[in-house]
Design a protein around this ligand. Structure first.
Ligand SMILES: [Zn+2]
Ligand SMILES: [Zn+2]
Ligand SMILES: [Zn+2]
Length: 219
């Protein structure tokens, strides 16, 4: 039997009754193998190999997902964020696995936004109303996030606010009646002052799909 901490993970290698050449493998309280073949030393070596490899990858990104290390128990608590799916992400970031992403025509959007700066260290819940049993495999009380988590989450929000400020108001004028090619009345996508219109077309509204109408028409 081995109980140790390797690179911040609690590792357990436990005997399996009646099967001397098998071990039960547990990482951060989560059983990943009930009958791993080998002895204690081999099991610990295997853990080290896997964890060393994991620490070369960025959680939530494609190489991590391809290797199958989405779940939070593979990581050192407090060095990652844990989204509502239980998947690990870099703090202030998102998981790009297909379970966490919705495909839409504009590109793949993450279903789960990065966490609030003061969300729990080990899950997405806030202190207020944090439920002990919300995470099936990791029941826990609220734990303060680490400074690194807080900083990364805040940095994401700041980036987002920056983008928001750069966003100029659009014209948004609507065509005065329905159009057979559009579900709703066509809406102008140009900037409010139309300075992004094609040269010579400043006095025309332009909807998605290219439909144009004169700027003077009553709305
Ligand atoms: Zn995911
Ligand atoms: Zn929590
Ligand atoms: Zn317009």
């Amino acid at each position: 039997m081995i109980r140790t901490i390797y690179k911040g993970r609690q590792i357990k290698v436990l005997a399996v009754r009646g099967r001397p050449n098998h071990r039960k493998l547990v990482i951060n309280g989560y059983t990943i193998q009930h009958g791993w073949q080998g002895d204690d030393t081999q099991a610990l070596d295997w853990f080290r190999l896997v964890i060393d490899r994991i620490d070369e990858l960025v959680p939530g990104t494609e190489p991590t997902i391809r290797a199958g290390y989405m779940d939070a128990h593979w990581y050192e608590p407090g060095t990652i964020d844990v989204n509502p799916k239980g998947h690990a992400t870099a703090p202030g970031s998102v998981c790009l696995c297909i379970l966490c992403v919705i495909d839409d025509p504009a590109g793949s959007k993450a279903r789960y936004a990065p966490l609030a700066p003061d969300a729990c260290r080990d899950c997405h819940q806030l202190r207020d109303g944090h439920q002990y049993n919300a995470s099936l495999f990791n029941p826990h009380h609220y734990i303060d996030p680490t400074p690194a988590q807080k900083a990364a989450r805040q940095a994401h929000l700041d980036r987002f606010a920056q983008l928001d400020e750069d966003d100029e108001p659009t014209c948004d004028a609507r065509y005065h009646k329905d159009h057979p090619n559009y579900l709703a009345r066509p809406q102008c996508l140009l900037l409010a002052d139309h300075r992004d219109a094609a040269p010579g077309y400043e006095n025309r509204h332009v909807a998605a799909g290219g439909f144009m109408w004169p700027r003077e028409v009553a709305q």
